[in-house]
Design a protein around this ligand. Sequence first.
Ligand code: KE4
Length: 436
Amino acid sequence: MSTELGSKEQSHKWWMERAMRVLPGGVNSPVRAFRAVGGTPVFVESGDGPYIWGVDGKKYIDYVCSWGALIFGHAPPFVVEAVERAMRKGSSYGAPTPGEVEFAEMIAEIVPSVEMLRMTSSGTEAVMGAIRVARGYTGRDLVVKFEGCYHGGADYLLVQGGSGLATFGVPNSHGVPSKIAETTLVAPFNDLDAMKRIFEKHGRDIAAVIVEPVAGNMGVVPPEEGFLQGLREVTAAYGAILIFDEVMTGFRVALGGAQALYGVKPDLTCFGKVIGGGLPVGAFGGRRDIMEKLAPLGPVYQAGTLSGNPLAIAAGKATIEALKKPGVYERLEAQSCKIANGLEEAAQKNGVTDFCVQRVGSMLTPFFAKGPLRSWQDVSRADRSGFALWHRAMLEQGVHWPPSQFEAGFVSLSHDDEVCEVTLRAAHAAFAALPK
Ligand code: KE4
């Protein structure tokens, strides 16, 4: 705890200045730097359940929850014990283990579209593997993604739509060659007409469509009725692979993920976050005929030193076993609904009218905009400075909310009634503190 630190080390600013000298932006992942909301990030000393403690010794209710990985909150004892047991036997072998087989069987049993699985160490790697095997299986190059959806750091997915409805990707990161970006087509989320126009024009060259079945990376934007089913039909009609990127929604919005919630079966699914119980993990899986194209069976190469390592497997298995227990998702739904409704009520009572909360299950985003918001075009009109002021005020009230208007917040099974009440009291104070 922070008592072990000297007084200067108990300051986020002190750590940020020191971090900036050795870590670009002081962080190992950009969003953590608070650039979208201003101020200095909380340097975390420890976590327990719904709480984190900063180096300043202050306790915060956490809704980042490792960007969705911690569905049971921080350091759940049953996960800690599982990882400790595994560690005592060895952290990694670079050789097959029974645990990886049991883990793949567990995922395949819960997620019907998954006949075979390949583990990785991050969601990005899982997405890269899924797209490469889709390209290898179809012999085609083009990939379709949606504006506002994020799928990790692969070059050809760090692209945004140009103007207009459906355009070839334009890099939104330096270091991505335009030739690479041009293998990606970008369409508006929830716009089936645009998707059909893309296929009419490029259908036989499209290897895959990748979608966050519930968008979480532009803030939470649910799929409209028929959207996912429409993607299923148009990809099947042209022999393209439908990839659900369930890195965020997998085991989050339902035990079987968004595909179970909406009843649409993709050809491939990408996983991450929850399935690793807080340890570095990713996985992709789906149709056997596609997955068998992967080395060493087939010609599509994909590999990873720590893929399926015993520690991540132990944390993941313990987490998924606990998620299978009755009542878990009903409880997540009840607590998340309380938070979402409470935030909207607090905004309204404090005269903040351009505000809505969009939520699916225990992933939710408070938008400083009137809803409903159905695409990047809609959410990009949200008042980012209003969100930033609210975020700062919530932090001062002891609530650690994701530091961007275009991110999802996450409720865990450790967010009990008292935590919800404290959160909503903080929200009332935060809305009241906003400039009128
Ligand atoms: P990772 O490589 O970060 O494990 O997963 C990439 C990824 C892929 N697909 C989806 C739908 C994702 O949400 C992510 C990662 N999510 C972000 C949160 N928006 C991680 C946080 C960060 O980048 O620091």
